[in-house]
Design a protein around this ligand. Structure first.
Ligand code: SF4
Length: 305
């Protein structure tokens, strides 16, 4: 399997796991352990580029916390010990990327819609801490145990629609205290484009207000996916409005540490959605840098498209 195919292979199931799935992440250049809090595949957005297959019903409808935590423990051990690279799926991972990078809360829907969000984050933190204390003991014995950070990073990949809820705010605070990073989705500058892409009853203003409020508390990473819709890239006026929204967030005291510009890397459900060319991604990155002064980075589409 080529590195590119590995990047593209974000199947939620690993072996027999139902909630926890390791992937080779193109963003981090290492192994990210995904935690799926939405096994029922329900999301409060219906993004046109989403690659969750909602044409079939999932066999797993509810989060079974005990099982999820057990899967997290075994997957952490599997990656840290290097045993994962003996499996067929991960055998082809290049040496430089054989590194445990983070635990990422993402999955088949919006993770913050999970009703016990703060409790599950705390429980995963407890597993992580225990793992880290075992790691520091074992690291001396086995140098192939590689963790990039002294404390393993936790990433919440979110559409920011639920940040106003108190239990979500508690969950975010737990992440803040445990090397957490929040990657909030923002990929429109206008209400019309937001509706075209995200197809949700949740108002664009609520998402903007939530991002601003959360970014006042800790620096956020913005993730923005731009694409061709019916072969049309986002109009220049939309990118300009997107930069204006970013500037409004920072002018209101929000801290944005990075803007990640993506395009489609995996085939989405909707066939009218296709990736931008590499130079179009580069042009958006340059616009963001020039118009906002923020740090921005681009991720290209799939060469196998
Ligand atoms: S927010 Fe994420 S999971 Fe939900 S529809 Fe959009 S891309 Fe899919």
């Amino acid at each position: 399997m080529s590195t590119h195919q590995l990047h593209a292979d974000h199947a939620r199931l690993f072996d027999r796991n139902r909630f926890v799935y390791p992937v080779l992440s193109r963003r981090s250049g290492g192994i990210s352990i995904g935690v799926n809090l939405n096994p029922d595949k329900v999301c409060n957005f219906d993004c046109i580029y989403c690659q969750v297959d909602r044409t079939t019903q999932s066999e797993t409808q509810f989060v079974e916390i005990k099982l999820l935590l057990a899967e997290l423990r075994t997957t952490l051990d599997l990656v840290a010990s290097g045993a994962i690279y003996e499996t067929e799926k991960f055998r082809g991972v290049p040496a430089a990327q054989r590194r445990l990078n983070d635990i990422a809360f993402s999955g088949d829907g919006e993770p913050t819609t999970y009703k016990n969000f703060d409790e599950i984050i705390q429980a995963c933190v407890d597993v992580k801490r225990k793992f880290e204390s075992h790691m520091s003991r074992d690291q001396a014995r086995n140098p192939s145990f590689v963790i990039r950070h002294s404390s393993l990073k936790m990433v919440l990949i979110t559409n920011a629609s639920m940040f106003h809820r108190p239990h979500v705010q508690r969950g975010l605070a737990i992440l803040d205290a445990n090397n957490g990073e929040i990657w909030a989705k923002l990929e429109a500058g206008t209400d019309a484009y937001f509706q075209l892409i995200e197809r949700t009853p949740i108002p664009f203003r609520q998402v903007l207000d939530n991002i601003t409020a959360a970014a006042r508390v800790r620096p956020l990473v913005i993730q923005a996916l731009f694409m061709r819709v019916n072969d049309e890239p986002p109009p220049p006026a939309e990118i300009s409005a997107f930069c204006d929204r970013l500037n409004e967030i920072t002018a209101a005291g929000g801290k944005l540490k990075l803007v990640q510009i993506y395009t489609i890397a995996r085939r989405p459900a909707e066939s009218f959605v296709t990736p931008l060319a590499d130079e179009e991604v580069d042009a958006i990155v340059e616009s963001v840098k020039r118009r906002t002064g923020l740090n921005a980075i681009g991720y290209y589409g799939s060469v196998d498209w």
